[in-house]
Design a binder for this molecule. Structure first.
Ligand code: SAH
Length: 279
């Protein structure tokens, strides 16, 4: 009786394996397809794509089974509901994008668990990733649209760029600290954001080759609005920029270009890291 079982076992195993193997292979293939498909449209679920792409990027993800890692999706949902919708942000694309972008992937690993807290967080080199509400507020105010091109000054972690990149066609972003620019570039590449273009430079001069821009967003506080940025804004375009010195009240300003007219409006008081100048 036992001998008979032993003879049948290998055949049984082969049958099971040949049934299961195509299924397993297919699962991997369909996830890989998500990566390619997702790069074609802008509002897309990054989560699955990342599972296959992040193993080599230890800054973003560590561990043998990325699927087992905490994806913080519940905390992210709650963050959007309470901190963002709860404070009056209504722009649908902004809300969807804020739910999609995994803020915990944009901050140092040792503070990952604070990623969805209601505050800015340090990202090294004396710089910070902005409070989620401020990111959402600034995005909503620009009223970004699918066919538009946006310029950002102050890439930092790349988080604000990612939030915009899910909504608009192209994001050009400039960072003055080379190390931050490099890390953000690698991170956004791993996450599949092929429509974000980063350069290391003093953002004061904008990015002339790609101007004019539909919208400009500045995420560091300037003493005054840099004239080259006004010049690179499209007619009818919007720029949002914190203005003020580090030791005084800074105001988030809305700058709108209407032909020769430049209309500026104060929005809310804020606190941003300073707009630095290259020497
Ligand atoms: N948008 C960022 C927040 C970054 S904080 C994020 O989502 O994480 C502001 C950033 O502006 C810092 O990284 C700082 O180094 C950068 N910065 C300051 N002055 C700059 C300048 N003149 N040009 C480009 N970047 C500048």
């Amino acid at each position: 009786m036992q001998n008979k079982h032993l003879k049948v076992l290998p055949t049984f195993m082969i049958i099971i394996f040949s049934l299961l193997f195509p299924l397993l292979a297919n699962t991997k293939q369909s996830l890989t397809n998500v990566v390619f498909a997702s790069q074609e449209k802008r509002i897309w679920p990054v989560q699955e794509a990342q599972l296959w792409q992040t193993e080599s990027d230890s800054a973003v993800h560590t561990g043998i089974m990325p699927i087992a890692a905490n994806d913080y999706s519940k905390q992210r949902e709650k963050m959007v509901e309470t901190q963002i919708e709860g404070r009056g942000v209504k722009h649908q694309a902004t809300l969807i994008s804020m739910k999609m972008v995994e803020r915990h992937r944009f901050i140092p690993k040792n503070i990952e668990s604070q990623a969805y807290a209601d505050r800015p967080l340090p990202i090294g080199y004396g710089q910070t990733i902005s409070q989620p509400y401020i990111v959402a507020y600034m995005t909503e105010k620009l009223e970004p649209k699918a066919k538009e091109t946006v310029l950002e000054i102050g890439t930092g972690s790349g988080y604000q760029a990612a939030v915009l990149a899910n909504i608009v066609k192209e994001v050009y972003t400039i960072e003055i600290v080379p190390e931050l620019g490099k890390t953000a570039k690698e991170r956004l590449k791993v996450l599949g954001y092929d429509n974000v273009h980063i350069k290391t430079a003093d953002g004061y001069f904008g990015w002339n080759e790609h101007a004019p821009f539909d919208n400009i967003i500045v995420t560091c506080a300037a003493g005054y609005i840099p004239p080259p940025l006004i010049k690179q804004l499209k007619d009818g375009g919007k720029m949002i920029i914190p203005v003020g010195t580090p030791f005084s009240i800074q105001w988030l300003m809305m700058v709108e270009k209407d032909g020769e007219d430049i209309i500026t409006r104060k929005l809310i008081p804020v606190r941003f890291v300073p707009f630095r100048r290259s020497k």
